[in-house]
Design a protein around this ligand. Structure first.
Ligand code: OFO
Length: 171
């Protein structure tokens, strides 16, 4: 495997684990705010991010590469209203989309078609994650100032259930 592609895949594991850590901090904020549905949403999001890291880990191991676990930063977000974590999540997902695109570009340049194919799942996943994050932002902007509507949004988020991502389910 091309050295740069390898490094980027390895770094992505850390970024996905940081995403899990970040979303857990959002869940903690919402728990403190009494919005346990939003907390549920972000704990499931955190579980998905950990799974994303495991998918990269498996890909490296399946391709005979060693895994290098690197240090994970402390999330430094503090929030002053219910909208801010949702906006931070959208911004973060766009950043992660950029990092996936960077690996794809490196794989293309290295003619590493296998890695490009592997990344296809993540490219679709990022579109879904950005869509979900955008939906959370717009619904909070529209309805977040109304107590009954906020309660309903919280209930909706409470209904989210964890599902194993297909690359791990089929592993
Ligand atoms: Fe790993 O998908 Fe969000 O960041």
């Amino acid at each position: 495997m091309d050295e740069r592609v390898y490094e980027l895949l390895n770094d992505q594991m850390k970024k996905e684990l940081y995403s899990a850590y970040l979303y857990m901090s959002f869940a903690d904020y919402y728990e403190d705010e009494g919005l346990s549905g939003f907390a549920n949403w972000y704990m499931i999001q955190a579980a998905e991010e950990r799974d994303h890291a495991l998918i990269f880990r498996k890909y490296l191991l399946d391709n005979g590469k060693s895994v290098q676990l690197k240090g994970i930063d402390q999330p430094d977000k503090t929030f002053s209203n219910h909208l801010e974590p949702l906006e931070a999540a959208l911004e973060h997902e766009k950043y992660i989309t950029g990092t996936i695109n960077d690996i794809y570009t490196a794989a293309l340049e290295a003619k590493d078609y296998r890695t490009m194919k592997f990344l296809d799942w993540f490219i679709s996943e990022q579109q879904e994650e950005e869509d979900n994050a955008e939906k959370q932002v717009s619904r909070m902007r529209l309805f977040g100032n109304d107590a009954k509507a906020l309660y309903d949004l919280d209930q909706e988020n409470a209904a989210r259930v964890y599902a194993v991502p297909s690359p791990l389910a089929n592993a």
